[in-house]
Design a binder for this molecule. Structure first.
Ligand SMILES: [Fe+2]
Length: 391
């Protein structure tokens, strides 16, 4: 994040002695991006953050990726996937991915292990359910419609706590995930034209301290997976300050930008990562020119693959395709996509769309994960023509 936050006990001057009640020193740790040249925070630990007593390999969930060949648009039905009792980290099933971003889905009732993603930032969208996300910076209470942004290497765990299973759509970057630069002043404040601002973001407000010895932390890293065993509980931070920390933004706090005629997808952008963007479509008044066509024109995104996750409402442009809540559409570069037959005519005169969807556009092609292959309906590609290949 770009704005400063201070939580718990810190010394008045950085890099100076900060003493515990027993006279010993807290261990100061700088967590920073891009070497020492971007956002960072200073954390004050009771123990030594470098200490480990054991390490062993962690076999990650199936990360296999299969190219989208033959190249076709696809409809993936995530709600049709079968799930056993799982947690929101090890229970993730890979749907789509490339070198820049992986999208996975989990249905969870169990508490995750302590976890740290050293590959990149995570943006975990909560489709349904609620949870507490405990982090080394403090706890976050999350629920339906929340984007949970967790910076690279943040030690945390997920504790589903609602009456229904927690459904999470995890967007794992190989880079950092942040608000689009064009929403921010040169010093990092949200500008007036941004569809959200600082007041809409929630972050830890008090330290989270826990006791424990020989605690396991599951680390996903560029070489694979490893379990580190640390001698003291990783939640030992009595205070921290800086501009790098986990935070939450709810999709219902996104103020849609509307116009007389159809607005292009960039007005729906919420976050950006390297070689991908995240946009969302929220319930909104639609185009009010007397001759407006509210659904999108056909478009060929020549530089990107487009992944839409349909969360709520009734998605006007996809009517007749079988797409519903819990569906993904994958519209790859190289294929022009747009409204299903009849959707243009059906939208004329409509003044409000009740739809909630999360979109990821990637600038490199997406391959299919194991869950993507299983969830493919096999028919979507032919939905505009009304007929498929002859037998
Ligand atoms: Fe599109």
């Amino acid at each position: 994040m770009t704005f400063y936050r201070q939580v718990g006990s810190i010394p008045p001057k950085r890099h100076t002695q900060h003493r515990r009640p027993d006279g010993g020193l807290y261990a100061e740790e700088l967590v920073g991006e891009e070497g020492f040249s971007s956002d960072s925070s200073l954390l004050y630990h009771r123990g030594i953050p470098s200490a480990i007593v054991d390490a062993r390999p962690w076999q990650l969930p199936d990360q296999t990726l299969t190219p989208n060949i033959p190249l076709v648009p696809r409809h993936l039905k995530l709600h049709d996937l079968e799930y056993k009792e799982a947690d929101p980290v090890t229970g993730r099933r890979l749907v789509l991915g490339n070198a820049d971003v992986r999208i996975s889905y989990a249905v969870s009732t169990e508490t995750s292990p302590y976890y740290r993603n050293a590959v990149g930032d995570e943006c975990v969208f909560v489709e349904r359910g609620s949870a507490t996300v405990e982090t080394v910076f403090g706890a976050l209470t999350v629920g339906r419609g929340d984007y949970v942004i967790i910076p690279r290497t943040t030690t945390h765990r997920w504790i589903p706590d609602g009456p229904e299973p927690l459904r999470t759509y995890a967007i794992e970057a190989s880079s950092h995930i942040a608000p689009p630069a064009r929403y921010l002043s040169r010093y990092g404040q949200f500008l007036e034209h941004s569809p959200y601002c600082e007041r809409d973001l929630r972050a830890p407000s008090e330290p989270l301290l826990a006791e424990g010895t020989d605690v396991e932390i599951y680390v996903k890293h560029r070489g694979g997976g490893t379990v580190h065993v640390v001698p003291e509980h990783p939640f030992d931070v009595v205070g921290w300050d800086g501009c790098l920390y986990p935070y939450v933004f709810n999709i219902a706090d996104f103020e849609p930008i509307t116009g007389r005629v159809h607005q292009p997808p960039p007005v729906h952008q919420v976050f950006a990562g390297q070689n991908f963007v995240i946009c969302n479509f929220v319930p909104r008044k639609v185009d009010y020119h007397p001759l407006a066509v509210p659904v999108p024109y056909y478009h060929s995104n020549v530089d990107s693959d487009e992944v839409m996750f349909y969360v709520d409402g009734d998605y006007e442009a996809r009517k007749g395709s079988g797409i519903g809540k819990g569906s993904i559409s994958l519209h790859p570069g190289g294929h022009s996509h747009g409204p299903q037959p009849g959707a243009v005519e059906g939208s004329l005169g409509v003044d409000f769309f009740d739809e909630t969807a999360v979109m990821v556009d990637t600038f490199r092609p997406l391959d299919l994960g194991e869950a993507g292959l299983v969830a493919d309906d096999g028919r979507y590609a032919w939905s505009w023509s009304g007929r498929g290949p002859s037998a």
